[in-house]
Design a protein around this ligand. Structure first.
Ligand SMILES: NC(=O)c1ccc[n+]([C@@H]2O[C@H](COP(=O)([O-])OP(=O)(O)OC[C@H]3O[C@@H](n4cnc5c(N)ncnc54)[C@H](OP(=O)(O)O)[C@@H]3O)[C@@H](O)[C@H]2O)c1
Length: 255
């Protein structure tokens, strides 16, 4: 299958690196120098500076520009694409449909893990392309199909924003250790190892059972866990997802 990327920034590069061995890839961008740098790194791809009237007829486009670039880009595209795979945050399929002509539309939300081929990507859109879209985005991590754009907006608050929330947990656990007298470098290694091991745990076990397994009666984990509940950490996390979802809906109205 041939994929035509439009945009060659961070997300496009992560995706291309994950896909280059299995797909025929063409990259359209506006900066000849950065396109050439990408081509030097991945000689298998073809690159092209986008023309004033770029015919996208029959192409499978992976749209990788910033949402605010769409009104500038769209008038330069002519013809009708076969499929648009959009990675644009907070931009509805209706909004893309109104600007770029295509037979089918898919909206995806990769996350920061894409640069390590560990993206948690959510996908929705034309059901006919479900398997194709899952296959493409499984190349950069784990992909999950959702039934509606509304579900994708909820999931964005978890998987898209999640690295920031987990970074807060990681940083505060390390700060807690430093506060009790552990060296900063050791605290950092400790937290990295914790997250590494936890990734394997959560891949195989329900979070509630992981907690039950480590929390013995009257023990250290129970004492620490009670402190987290006293400080409303659970409520804070649920509020974070609620506010991120509200913001996603608000932004969608603007794009
Ligand atoms: N980064 C993430 O973790 C992440 C996660 C989920 C979703 N996304 C989505 O991914 C999309 C891209 O984000 P990014 O982080 O990759 O941004 P980025 O690094 O700024 O890349 C944007 C790319 O689009 C190109 N571009 C901008 N306007 C253009 C135009 N009119 N014609 C052709 N190319 C144009 C830029 O070209 P120049 O190099 O010339 O500026 C650049 O190559 C965004 O919509 C974002 O919402 C990103």
């Amino acid at each position: 299958m041939k994929l035509t990327f439009i945009g060659n920034g961070n997300m496009a590069k992560a995706l291309i690196e994950g896909l280059v061995s299995n797909y025929d890839i063409e990259v359209l961008g506006r900066n000849e120098k950065t396109l050439q740098t990408l081509k030097n790194k991945l000689p298998k791809i073809t690159t092209k500076v986008i023309g004033k009237s770029e015919d996208i007829t029959g192409k499978n486009i992976v749209l990788c520009v910033k949402p605010y670039s769409l009104p500038d880009l769209a008038p330069k595209l002519s013809g009708e694409a076969d499929t648009i795979f959009s990675v644009l945050a907070g931009t509805s399929i209706d909004s893309i449909r109104a600007q770029i002509k295509s037979k089918k539309y898919i909206r995806t939300m990769p996350n920061l893990g894409a640069s390590f081929l560990k993206s948690m990507t959510t996908i929705t859109g034309d059901e006919e392309l479900k398997e194709t879209a899952l296959e493409i985005f499984n190349n950069i991590g784990t992909a999950l199909w959702l039934s509606t754009e509304n579900e994708l907006d909820i999931a964005t608050g978890v998987a898209g924003s999640g690295p920031a929330y987990l970074a807060l947990i990681a940083e505060s656990l390390a700060d807690g250790a430093v506060n009790q007298g552990l060296k900063r470098e050791d605290s950092q290694i400790l937290v990295q190892g914790l997250f590494d091991g936890f990734a394997a745990l959560i891949a195989n076990e329900n979070p509630a059972l992981i907690k039950d397994g480590v929390m013995s009666p009257g023990g250290t984990t129970a004492a620490g866990y009670a402190a987290l509940e006293r400080c409303n950490v659970r409520h804070g996390m649920m509020e974070a997802i609620s506010d991120a979802y509200s913001k996603a809906k608000e932004l969608k109205l603007k794009n």
